[in-house]
Design a binder for this molecule. Structure first.
Ligand SMILES: O=C(O)C(=O)C[C@]1(C(=O)O)C=C[C@@H](O)C=C1
Length: 381
């Protein structure tokens, strides 16, 4: 039997030939690109690609068929990337980003009119205080109201929760993203401590009804199960729950809310930090209507509708991998009225000034049906 170094030499020889042929293939593709450009033909030819993939599957033993097909797709993707004229893409897709980088002020504003969902004391307010030194906050009933206030220019910025470390993504916000025009200018992680608040005089054992937001209830299951005979009620948000308890004439009701709500609504803390996990964080996004890219932006959010075919998500992820861009978040939501079609939300680590970011933004359109660039920003602590 041949020894390992001999076998490896054989593999190396084959790889040398493979990559020599690969470069030759790309050279031919470049010439095809010139030909197509002169005649105004599309680079992507789906009929030809389907034939090539099917053909590749039949050229190898059956157990290698899928690998051969994936390899063929990769070869054609490389070919396409060299057939397009990068300058043509760059102008159309990158100009608004370059303009925003130039025109955005060097410093994030310390004060602004900011839309938050809920009432005073809501976690969104804590996040708004994190983003701005002196925010002037307008409280709205719903997440939709926050999107609208920003879209219509009634508020310069809006603050929305996007995910929680225990309960996961805030699906409602992701669904609304599809319906509204906005950009992301900042994100922040806020530590969430839920406390059981009640009117002075109420004892823990008196409590019969607890009010809170659905996520706070989900995040405090272990504590709630220790309270006997308690009914739990979902309300719009945790601060609203505290307000409701403070206005109630009953002495057996309590709210799961933030600590600032206790002083704000004149309530006592019956139990502190009752969430299931100690490291409970909610991430908030600060949105604006126009694209603003502040200095240091190193994260990018994209909403993408992929082609409804096998491998399309894989190809998009391969793109990030090929550009060495770390994927920070991937969320998918069904698109209303489009059966089994999904909107993918990607967050990638990509400094705006990096060549990889520019390559991503000038070629992403080749890999999907539609995409929306939501912005580039930093996550503030
Ligand atoms: O045959 C072509 O038209 C090419 O551009 C070459 C090629 C390939 O790599 O084989 C690349 C892109 C097209 O979508 C189809 C095929």
């Amino acid at each position: 039997m041949a020894d390992l170094s001999q076998l490896r030499s054989e593999i190396d020889r084959i790889d040398t030939q493979l990559f020599e042929l690969f470069s030759q293939r790309v050279d031919v593709a470049r010439r095809i690109g010139d030909y197509k450009r002169e005649r105004g033909l599309a680079v992507f030819d789906p009929t030809r690609e389907r034939q090539k993939v099917a053909d590749a599957g039949g050229r190898v033993p059956p157990e290698l068929s899928t690998y051969a097909q994936v390899l063929m797709e990769l070869l054609m993707e490389a070919a396409r990337s060299q057939e397009v004229d990068p300058a043509a893409f760059a102008d159309a897709d990158f100009a608004p980003i370059e303009r925003a980088v130039e025109q955005t002020p060097a410093v994030f504003p310390s004060t602004a009119q900011v839309a938050c969902q809920g009432v005073e004391g809501a976690y969104s307010q804590i996040a708004a205080d994190r983003f701005f030194r002196h925010p002037s906050i307008s409280y709205l009933d719903s997440f939709e109201g926050v999107f609208r206030a920003v879209e219509q220019g009634l508020c310069q910025y809006g603050v929305l929760p996007i995910e929680n470390s225990t309960a996961g993504s805030v699906n409602k916000v992701y669904d609304l993203m599809m319906e509204h025009d906005f950009h992301v200018t900042r994100t922040s992680r806020v530590r969430i401590d839920h406390n059981l608040l009640a009117k002075p005089g109420t004892r823990l054992e008196d409590v019969r009804d607890v009010y809170s937001h659905e996520q706070a209830i989900n995040q405090s299951q272990a504590f709630l199960s220790t309270l006997p005979n308690v009914r739990v009620h979902v309300v719009e948000n945790t601060a609203m729950a505290a307000k409701r308890v403070s206005e109630s004439d009953r002495a057996d009701v309590a709210a799961l809310s933030s600590r600032p709500c206790a002083s704000l609504y004149g309530l006592d803390v019956l139990a502190e930090c009752v969430q299931d996990r100690d490291n409970n964080y909610t991430r908030f996004a600060c949105i604006s209507r126009d694209l603003q890219i502040f200095p240091g932006a190193d994260r990018t959010s994209l909403m993408v509708v992929l082609n409804h075919e096998p491998g399309s998500l894989y190809k998009m992820l391969a793109k990030f991998y090929a550009l060495d861009l770390n994927l920070l978040k991937l969320e998918s939501r069904p698109i209303p009225e489009r059966e089994f079609e999904f909107m993918f939300y990607f967050e990638v680590a990509a400094p705006v000034a990096s060549p990889e970011f520019k390559t991503l933004m000038t070629t992403i359109g080749q890999h999907c049906q539609e995409y929306r660039y939501l912005g580039s920003y930093t996550e503030v602590l």
